[in-house]
Design a protein around this ligand. Structure first.
Ligand code: NDP
Length: 450
């Protein structure tokens, strides 16, 4: 049997995915985004085509969907849908966060799980890719409602996870509080204290130092490396940041630690501009402690303003960090960033930039760091948490941050090296996809048809 050309092979795999998953736009977008960059790798490795690595890669090993019934504070029964997509375990246990947001559906969880495979491979650690979540909306819910929901969610999920099998963590709507509730129920159901079954735990009961900061800090470290290669730095530069959750908060903190000035933050109701530089303590007080809205920042900070209708990307700045959600930076937003003098765009969120916007920014010569490389610091630190749980060891903050920094340098360097090897130096989208893919593909070939 003759082997198809790489182009024909990719076309055929994409057509299969489109036929099987016609109503999963986010997943299709992620598949296109990765597969379109793999032609040069497949040309170099016909054995990947022969072993049908791509056909197997686009199909999750296992997908779990389940009912999550819970009681609200008025004793009304509520029902949500839960998901866990165990996408690929060639490199290690499935690993990836849980997202609780009303927009969660099968397509969103599959896109996130698919991206996670390559991201996790890029970290150089032994972790496979997975993702999960629910269409539950934690906003406006009491602490006890969130707890009852988490307990019900885990009552089904616990059958599928474990330190050697699948290790969930947080994502949108799932932070330290939710991981606590989920772990409490897991521990109760499994009659043990298998710490390694979840990451993002509290530092007093098995959590790793720096896990909270890791995704945001890691994204800024990646930006620093990317800028340094181009002879530039973060110091003295203005940063435009979207989101005001876990990732955005620690991007802002690290940008300012490195001498930059982050002047914006946002949530789904609008954005704030603070020309003095965001006051990170106030931001944390409002978003982490009080669970309030970003508009409250402008009420409490002299000189800051809140904008409810407009685009955060219209604020001028040399650095941009989209850190909220998928497809939040479209072509119109990218044009605004270019008008505002942007030099580098670093994705803190997963797939926040539309394909059209990525093309526009790259054509304009803007340095562009895709999320699967730039936001890999979170999962990398989660893998460090797994190691510490397995060895019952505990590293301090400095040691953990040093490890994170070294991992992000490696992620940058291997992405850059792959961009050179496959003919487009400095194209980090191509570099991250190909470097991650080669590692997973080799493992899949070695392990046979499974
Ligand atoms: P959080 O829940 O802590 O914060 C999310 C932020 O984004 C909030 O400000 C939220 O505003 C905003 N947001 C979410 N959805 C929307 C939407 N549809 N429209 C407008 N704004 C929205 O989540 P994280 O900071 O943890 O995650 C942010 C991104 O980073 C996600 O893409 C996630 O997948 C990615 N990521 C997170 C990692 C982690 O370690 N936490 C690791 C790697 C990637 P509002 O409160 O109004 O909804």
């Amino acid at each position: 049997m003759s082997i198809p050309t790489p182009e024909a092979h990719v076309r055929q795999v994409v057509e299969t995915v489109e036929r099987r998953s016609p109503s999963e736009p986010e997943f299709l977008q992620a598949v296109h985004e990765v597969l379109d960059t793999l032609i040069p790798v497949l040309a170099e490795h016909p054995e990947f085509i022969e072993a049908e690595v791509l056909d197997r890669l686009v199909e999750p090993e296992r997908q779990v969907m389940f009912r999550v019934p819970w009681l609200d504070d008025d004793n009304h029964v509520r029902v949500n849908r839960g998901y866990r997509i165990q996408f690929n375990s060639a490199l290690g246990p499935f690993k990836g966060g849980l997202r609780f947001h009303p927009s969660v559906n099968l397509s969103v969880v599959k896109f996130l799980g698919f991206e996670q495979i390559f991201k996790n491979a890029l970290t150089g650690q032994q972790i496979g890719g997975g993702k999960g979540g629910s269409d539950f909306d934690p906003r406006g819910k009491s602490r006890f409602e969130v707890m009852r929901f988490c307990q019900s969610y885990m009552t089904e999920l616990y059958r599928y996870i474990g330190a050697q099998t699948d290790v969930p963590a947080g994502d949108i709507g799932v932070g330290g509080r939710e991981i606590g509730f989920l772990f409490g129920q897991y521990r109760r159901l499994t009659n043990g204290h298998e710490s390694g079954a979840l990451t993002g735990k509290g530092t007093g009961w098995g959590g790793a130092e720096v896990r909270t900061q890791a995704t945001g800090y890691g994204a800024v470290y990646f930006a620093e490396e990317m800028l340094a290669r181009a002879g530039e730095s973060i110091e003295g530069r203005r940063a435009i940041v979207s989101g005001s959750g876990n990732v955005a908060t620690y991007v802002i903190e690290k940008v300012q630690q490195l001498g930059g000035r982050a002047v914006t933050a946002s949530d789904s109701s609008g954005f704030i501009v603070d020309e003095q530089g965001i006051d990170v303590d106030l931001l944390k007080q409002i978003k982490e402690v009080e669970r309030g809205r970003i508009s409250e920042y402008a009420d409490r900070r002299p000189g800051a303003r809140f904008v409810s209708d407009g685009s955060v990307w219209s604020v001028p700045g040399e650095l941009a960090f989209p850190c909220a959600t998928q497809n939040e930076l479209d072509e119109a937003g990218a044009r605004k960033l270019l008008d505002g003098g942007v030099r580098a765009v670093t994705e803190g969120a997963n797939m926040p930039t539309t394909p059209e916007a990525v093309a526009l920014l790259q054509q304009a010569g803007v340095l562009f760091a895709p999320g699967k490389a730039a936001n890999a610091g979170g999962v990398a630190t989660s893998a460090l948490e797994m190691s510490q749980n397995a060895s019952r060891d505990r590293w301090d903050f400095e040691q953990s941050e040093e490890r994170l920094h070294a991992i992000m340098r490696d992620v940058h360097d291997s992405s850059y090296a792959a961009s050179v090897r496959y003919g487009r130096p400095g194209d980090y989208v191509l570099g991250a996809n190909t470097a991650g893919f080669v590692r997973v593909a080799r493992a899949m070939v070695d392990q046979g048809v499974v």
